[in-house]
Design a binder for this molecule. Structure first.
Ligand code: XLS
Ligand code: NI
Ligand code: NI
Length: 435
């Protein structure tokens, strides 16, 4: 048992009027919305790394958090697992996510590291017999250790590719054994710092080979979860091969993997790529590769992937709009890839962060459901493109007319199109009614 959360009890829904800071005001997991429990729409997950491994450091100073499991090797890792599952219960989380290095210390060899990960995996399995918290996804950290400074799959040294494969095999199998519903590959250092020492085509072939090996192994062991790539444009590598959703799709298609892999889209990464979060979701959904979400936000003034907890219901409403339109995230969910700030030292700060995130998602979800139920938003969108449903529009789309025939049609019918308002402000007002 752990007394890390001494004095704190399970966070409950108390409604918007509640003055209790340790209660949900909007997140009400069992409330039925658009035919489904709120929790089943959101499928929220706790990120092991940010909540239990993060030390509160920044580029100018190290650890600010004092956690009784830090620097204590495997004994600390076991305590950390105790604390993690106690937290899952306090926040009533249906899911969690982890990297191998978050859960267990690295050993001197791959075999030793993997053994440590497996030992904590056994602790998880035991805990999960009685806990309701399931595994949304597992992943291997192929970016922190110095061996990965020039990439994992895309490293010029094939032995590093091989080492990474040994790590991924272990975590993929553990993810499968724990009933994980997805496996994520974030290409942390799959990119380059300078072109002067880099062969881009060579490295991309390596990355595709690695991904293919992962897919094949997943099939071999009977893992039926989603394999997800998490796009991010910079940081840590100056140039990353998984820049954004569209880039990832082009990569997947080039290597014939677009039906086997989807995307895990992170709010802060979308922003770094110069997009909005909803843009990335809409693109992924239109390409059929919207798999899961990393929920957070960036500090918009200082930039970078600051992994704040989400606090913008309006942004989340637009996100949910695209998710609901494709019928939900399926096996995916909303992983809180978010951390409390380095001055947020206390155990209860972990609760405040997740309450903020969950209430924000709940408000976003409700807003999107109301927007869709009202119908005007979709109607307006359909009307804007109605010309393509019949006549000239239909014929051009269906390939019935050549360029010359289209040109002739314009002259014959004296087509002289008149510009129409895009009604952006009207639509922004419309959305505002619901969020
Ligand atoms: C880092 C990424 C990372 C992935 C998992 O920016 O968001 O946390 O989600 O490796
Ligand atoms: Ni992430
Ligand atoms: Ni990130």
């Amino acid at each position: 048992m752990t007394d890390f959360f001494k004095g704190l009890s399970q966070v409950k829904f108390e409604g918007p009027e509640s003055r209790n800071p340790l209660a949900f005001r909007h997140y009400n997991k069992d409330e039925i919305i658009a035919g489904k429990r709120m929790e089943d729409h959101i499928r929220p997950a706790i990120a092991y790394w940010h909540s239990f491994a993060q030390e509160g450091g920044d580029p100018f100073g190290g650890r600010t958090f004092e956690r009784p499991w830090f620097d204590k090797g495997m004994e600390g890792a076991r305590l950390k697992a105790e604390v993690a599952f106690a937290f899952f219960e306090l926040i009533d989380a249906p899911f969690f996510c982890f990297h191998d290095v978050d859960i267990a210390p690295e050993g001197a060899t791959l075999a030793e590291s993997n053994k440590n990960v497996r030992a904590i995996g056994e602790v998880f399995a035991k805990k999960m017999e009685t806990s309701r918290t399931k595994l949304l996804w597992g992943t291997a950290n192929l970016f922190s250790n110095r061996r990965y400074m020039a990439g994992a799959a895309t490293n010029p040294d094939p032995e590093i590719f091989a080492y990474a494969a040994g790590q991924v095999k272990n975590v993929l199998e553990l993810t499968h054994e724990l009933g994980g519903e997805n496996y994520v590959l974030w290409g942390g250092r799959e990119g380059y710092e300078t072109l002067l020492n880099t062969k881009i085509g060579r490295e991309q072939d390596q990355m595709a080979r690695f991904l293919t090996l992962v897919i094949e192994h997943a099939e071999k062991i009977g893992f039926t979860g989603q394999i997800l790539i998490e796009p991010k444009p910079q940081e840590p590598s100056k140039h990353q091969y998984d820049y954004d959703v569209a880039t990832v799709y082009g990569f997947l298609e080039k290597y014939g993997l677009e039906k086997k892999v989807k995307c895990n889209i992170e709010v802060g990464h979308a922003f770094l790529a110069g997009h909005s979060f909803e843009h990335e979701l809409a693109v992924a959904s239109s390409l059929g590769i919207l798999g899961s979400v990393d929920a957070n936000r960036n500090d918009l003034q200082s930039g970078w992937d600051t992994d704040h907890f989400p606090n913008n219901p309006g942004e989340m409403a637009l996100a949910f709009y695209y998710i609901l339109k494709q019928g939900g995230l399926g096996k995916g969910g909303f992983n809180f890839d978010a951390k409390v700030r380095r001055q947020s030292l206390d155990a209860e700060d972990l609760l405040h962060g997740h309450i903020l995130g969950l209430d924000t998602l709940a408000r976003g979800l409700k807003g999107a459901v109301a927007l869709i139920a009202d119908g005007e938003f979709d109607r307006r969108l359909d009307e804007r493109y109605a010309g393509w449903n019949a006549g000239l529009g239909r014929d051009m789309l269906d390939g019935k007319l050549s360029l010359a025939e289209i040109a002739a049609r314009v002259e014959r019918d004296n087509i002289n199109p008149q510009p129409r308002s895009g009604r952006q402000e009207y639509l922004e007002n419309l959305v505002n009614r619901f969020v």
